[in-house]
Write a protein of this length. Structure first.
Length: 594
């Protein structure tokens, strides 16, 4: 029995949470052909990997990305691939690229996801050949995909394409009967094509880019209950997922979004909400999320929170950071992002500063940012004397300035050359441990492919495994490694109904090999890498080459010892994963142009 690859003596995890074991794994034609406690026949096998003292895991699943633009021009998605993520979901937060044109996509993605608007427009205009979901899938699979792709259809995508971006973002405008029917048809076509569900958005600090509709919220936020009910009824009938971002400043909206999962008088609605986080600004909020999900599910719902299982540390260049969108004075500054001179004039103005100080000092209501400039470290600045300090300390050193004034003075003086960081949530390790065990919380909120200068969580799965491994070594375990692997793989794939997350005989050979001794501080280190697709923009990335020994997609090595193999970016290893469908590995001839 000849194999294409044999992995010897690794600790094998199947993704189900079952006990792990030392096994030999044989791969043939992109699938797992043998799993044996006994040595396999290696004769004629061109690739034999010794995995002594290492873990062999199913490929990780990332359930929340914004790779919709990057996948068109750089479909290897290597920043996720190198960390063992072999399946990514696109179309999050009501944003997808199935129906909108380049200009509308630029307005939808540019400011909300901090992807350069001109590059978004260019990518859509150059690459878009599709007008239906089936054509979109075919276009993706005509590219040299690195990981597998699954997708939501975005409500804002459908709404903007149907009503026009301007009409879809006006409070007084409702879709006509024909427009409502067209959106329902779009959703039905997407689900028939195998999309995992629909994403919507009610969060009000996600703002549009461009000129005509600049600073309006996303089209999905303007939808009224009737429109949403009709779309959700389609999801209920098909047993697909609604991913939603609730309006966190409106507790009733959050509660109704959780309760909509219930199926007392109708089919339940599989619902995934953004996001379970131990927010510094509201430390008691997290205590309600797990129990709330548990209660709804006990009553017959099917509800999950999405969660980033690592500290949510963000960086900013000057004042360019999405957290400023959640209050009026910050949103006014973001509105003038492209008009630097006018914005600086506003930032100098004392009346504006009084407004900003009032917003900063307002401690009432739910919010994302803790609004504490003493908890914000300057990491780069032409004035080297302030590096390593907080804005609050700079204010003290400058004669007792209010922290807001110290911050705005530095922004006006240095612009985007002022770089700083803060942690907005998930800062308490003990709380993270509790959240990792909650069945109503899913592990995955990386935002990979977005916020290029602000955050990097491409290796979130490895960081959760390190947290688990460190606790075990310290004699204070909070979950087993098998449970952690299951939460990052099979549990997610099964809930979203995609063919991923498991490593059993017959499964596609999507896997990674991890050296547990290298689950160390390198996972937290800061790195930047230029992105050719975005004009050479330097983005935050993760680099921990010694942790992941190898990554395979469809039985083909895509990363070995932290370096991409020759197939990355040239040959297709990933597939589009249709919901409720078994997906075979692409043949080795299924490469670009073959």
């Amino acid at each position: 029995m000849n194999f294409d690859t044999v992995i010897r003596n690794g600790r094998w995890f199947d993704g189900s949470g079952a006990p792990s074991a030392i096994r030999n794994i044989g791969i043939r034609n992109g699938h797992v052909a043998a799993i044996s406690a006994q040595p396999l026949d290696e004769s004629g096998c061109p690739e034999v990997i010794d995995a002594d003292d290492k873990w062999v895991l199913p490929g990780l699943v990332d359930i929340h990305t914004h790779y919709d633009i990057e996948v068109l021009g750089a479909p290897s998605l290597s920043e996720s691939l190198r960390h063992g993520v072999t399946t990514v979901l696109v179309g999050s937060c009501s944003l997808s690229t199935v129906h909108v044109d380049g200009d509308d996509a630029g307005d939808l993605f540019g400011r909300v996801e901090a992807i350069p608007r001109d590059n978004v427009i260019d990518a859509i205009d150059r690459h878009k050949t599709w007008s239906t979901c089936e054509q979109y899938i075919a276009a993706l699979e005509a590219r040299p995909l690195g990981p597998n792709i699954a997708a939501f259809i975005g409500h804002s995508d459908m709404r903007a394409a149907t009503m026009g971006l301007d009409r879809s973002t006006r409070k007084e405008v409702r879709p006509t009967t024909a427009e409502q029917a067209r959106m329902e048809q779009m959703l039905t076509e997407a689900l028939d094509a195998g999309f995992v569900g629909m994403s919507s958005q009610q969060l009000l600090f996600d703002k549009l880019d461009g000129e005509i509709c600049r600073s309006r919220t996303l089209p999905s936020t303007y939808a009224k209950p009737r429109e949403l009910r009709r779309l959700k009824s389609i999801l209920r009938r098909s047993e697909r997922v609604l991913q939603a971002g609730p309006d966190i400043q409106n507790p009733l909206d959050v509660a109704s979004q959780v309760a909509q999962s219930l199926g007392i008088f109708r089919k339940r609605l599989k619902t995934s909400l953004l996001a379970a986080a131990d927010v510094k600004a509201n430390p008691l909020l997290i205590a309600t999320m797990g129990p709330g999900a548990r209660l709804v599910n006990m009553l017959g719902g099917d509800f999950r929170w999405q969660h980033l299982p690592v500290p949510f540390e963000v960086y900013a260049d000057g004042i360019d950071l999405v957290i400023f969108e959640e209050f009026g004075s910050g949103a006014a500054a973001m509105h003038l992002k492209e008009q630097v001179a006018q914005r600086n004039d506003m930032l100098r103005d004392e009346e504006y500063r009084r407004w900003f100080r009032k917003d900063y000092d307002n401690t009432f209501g739910l919010r994302v940012w803790h609004r504490d400039f003493f908890d914000a470290e300057i990491v780069e600045c032409p004035d080297v004397s302030v590096i390593g300090q907080s804005f609050g300390q700079v204010g003290i050193d400058r004669g007792g300035l209010h922290p807001v004034d110290a911050f705005l003075d530095l922004v006006v003086e240095h612009g985007t050359a002022l770089r700083w960081r803060t942690t907005v949530s998930n800062h308490r390790p003990e709380v993270l441990k509790k959240m990792a065990r909650q069945p109503g919380i899913q592990m995955g909120f990386s935002d990979a492919g977005a916020h290029l200068r602000n955050m990097a969580f491409y290796n979130f799965g490895l960081r959760l495994l390190r947290h688990v491994h460190d606790a075990q070594k310290a004699g204070t375990p909070f979950m087993t490694t098998e449970e952690a692997v299951h939460r990052l793989t099979g549990e997610l794939a099964d809930w979203y109904q995609i063919d991923a997350g498991h490593l059993r005989i017959g499964d596609r050979a999507d896997l990674l090999i991890v050296d547990p001794q290298r689950l160390d501080a390198s996972l937290d280190s800061y790195h930047e890498e230029k992105v050719d697709q975005y004009g050479g923009l330097s983005r935050m990335v993760n680099r921990n080459a010694d942790t992941v020994s190898a990554v395979f997609v469809a039985g083909r090595a895509v990363f070995v010892d932290g370096q991409p193999t020759e197939v990355v970016g040239t040959q297709r290893t990933g597939s589009f994963l249709r919901a409720k469908t078994t997906t075979p590995a692409p043949s080795r001839r299924a490469t670009l142009g073959v």
